[in-house]
Design a protein around this ligand. Structure first.
Ligand SMILES: [Zn+2]
Length: 413
């Protein structure tokens, strides 16, 4: 079969075309369609495929929507996922309608990768060795291998590459696309990466065609000028397999992320009664205040627990068999801390209530066995919990059940 004529290579802004169906193949409910010519870019080189519709050339009615576009040895295959709602036949003429917003977004992001890679090469001899286009960000893996002056990235280097890339956008440089049949024809053309293919080569050049930094073989779709990319923002950089992984985005997604960041900044400013310029200082002051309050609370609680531990010990010493106390300000972990402060030999049972949590803390010298008391009896009043012989805890669904459990303990011990 003849290779598909790829209109997107020469007419990158074309959004409609007429084509003849050369072949149809059904795989389960899905159908794959091969045309004589197409405006749909097939997935490749890290750029997602185009999507869109086949429409009736006469009426413009949608015949089928594409779910995927792939290429194999020059033949582009258009996939339709579900069962066909309109009959398609070999030999039919159909019109194609490109999902342009999706294509333009991909062009912005993909070209952004070219521009940023050019900046890393030009400034530091960094070579792009890997590319990934994700939903929320893109990554390139840069190997610092061509300039011995640069072996490791610094924040300043990253910032200067980002600025250089954005200046290339502001300069609205031409993005040229040239096709060559064989590798020999490209001899002498400066490129930032050696060619990995032998024939049917497309060279894409950002800016001056004699500047190797901007020139590279690529099969993707690109805007005519760098201005269309709009913006490039680096989000972070990390060591990765001896290279540096740059996480970034370009075009509309980078702008959206900027807007989301602005919203977060505005909210933080409002909450801290600050301007963006004073926000960090205000947060530092607030953090210091919280730290001071925590220290103060710790000291107060320590004194409070020590005083109450002494009071409980006094009650036990006077012969009370069961000491019941309730502390509205203490949570179960504080009650456990209070229990730990009871250092005199215990004779009897200590019961401490955290009313806000409907929780009872039990402590003894092991007799009676606190854990066993909870395990054997708490469930009668829908309590849950457990523990060891010398301390245990039980939590109840409501205060009433906790009180019934305590009444039972007074009767039983
Ligand atoms: Zn490209």
């Amino acid at each position: 079969m003849e290779k598909t004529r790829k209109l997107y290579q020469d007419q990158v802004y074309a959004t409609e075309c007429d084509s003849r169906i050369l072949a149809l193949e059904e795989v389960g409910e899905a159908t794959s369609v091969i045309l004589d010519q197409t405006i749909f870019f097939a997935e490749g080189g890290g750029q997602p495929c185009d999507l869109g519709d086949f429409v009736c050339p006469q009426t413009g009615a949608v015949l089928a929507s594409l779910s995927h576009v792939t290429e194999n040895e020059g033949i582009v295959s258009h996939q339709i996922a579900g069962p066909l709602t309109h009959k398609l036949s070999v030999g039919d003429m159909i019109s194609s309608r490109l999902d342009w917003p999706r294509r333009f977004l991909n062009m912005q992001r993909h070209c952004g990768e070219h521009i940023l890679s050019a900046a890393f090469y030009e400034l530091f001899g960094g070579v792009n060795r890997g590319f990934h286009m994700g939903e929320d960000y893109m990554t390139i893996d840069i190997a610092l291998e061509e300039n011995p002056d640069f072996t490791e990235f610094t924040d300043e280097m990253i910032a200067s590459a980002e600025l250089r890339a954005n200046k290339m956008i502001w300069d609205n440089l031409a993005v040229s696309v040239r096709h060559y049949n064989t590798k020999e024809e490209t001899e002498g053309i400066p490129m930032r990466k050696a060619l990995a293919i032998e024939e049917d080569i497309t060279l894409v050049c950002v800016g001056d065609e004699n500047n190797a930094a901007g020139c590279v073989a690529c099969c993707g779709t690109h805007p005519k000028q760098t201005g269309a990319v709009g913006l490039i923002k680096i989000y972070r950089y990390d060591s990765y397999k001896g290279m540096t992984r740059i996480t970034f985005d370009a075009g509309q997604p980078a702008f959206q992320r900027f807007c989301e960041g602005e919203e977060i900044l505005k909210t933080l400013c409002r909450r801290n009664s600050a301007e963006a310029s004073t926000l960090l200082e205000k947060i530092s002051i607030s953090e210091q205040k919280s730290k001071d309050i925590r220290q103060e609370l710790y000291a107060l609680k320590k004194t409070y627990l020590e005083e109450h531990a002494a009071e409980i010990e006094a009650a036990l010493s006077s012969g009370e068999k069961i000491v019941l106390r309730e502390y509205s300000v203490l949570k179960i972990d504080d009650l456990t801390g209070l229990g730990r402060l009871l250092t005199k030999p215990l004779r009897g049972l200590v019961l401490l209530i955290s009313p806000t949590e409907n929780t009872l803390y039990l402590q003894s010298n092991g007799t009676p066995d606190c854990g066993k008391i909870v395990r054997d009896n708490a469930a009668v009043w829908r309590g849950k919990g457990g523990g060891k012989s010398d301390n245990a805890r039980a939590i109840f669904p409501a205060r009433q059940e906790l009180d019934c459990f305590v009444d039972y303990l007074f009767k039983a011990y």
